[in-house]
Write a new protein. Structure first.
Length: 95
């Protein structure tokens, strides 16, 4: 199994921007066959070190993660994140 975690820091932390990103991320569940698990969380602490939104996903293998990265349903969400966020951090690891 492969886990893919992404944290997002919004350019402008408004409820509208956060809701837009969260809705788009949750919309990835279903149409992407290789995506086996998806969870989206929103930070409540709001410290200087905090990121605003986190995405946790899981795949059977590295090939599943690669298929997800190239999937046509993922591309507009990726672009939205680039438009709305000043920073993202990612970690990918095998279980």
């Amino acid at each position: 199994m492969v886990k893919h975690i992404v944290m997002f820091k919004l350019n402008e932390k408004t409820s509208e921007n956060q809701e837009t990103l969260v809705k788009a991320l949750k919309g990835l569940e279903g149409p992407i066959e290789s995506l086996k698990y998806l969870e989206v969380g929103e930070d409540f602490k709001q410290s200087a070190r905090s990121y605003d939104v986190v995405l946790t996903t899981q795949f059977e293998d590295k090939a599943g993660l690669e298929a997800y990265a190239k999937h046509p349903h993922h591309q507009p969400v990726l672009q939205l994140a680039r438009d709305l966020c000043s920073s993202t951090v990612v970690v990918d690891y095998e279980l």
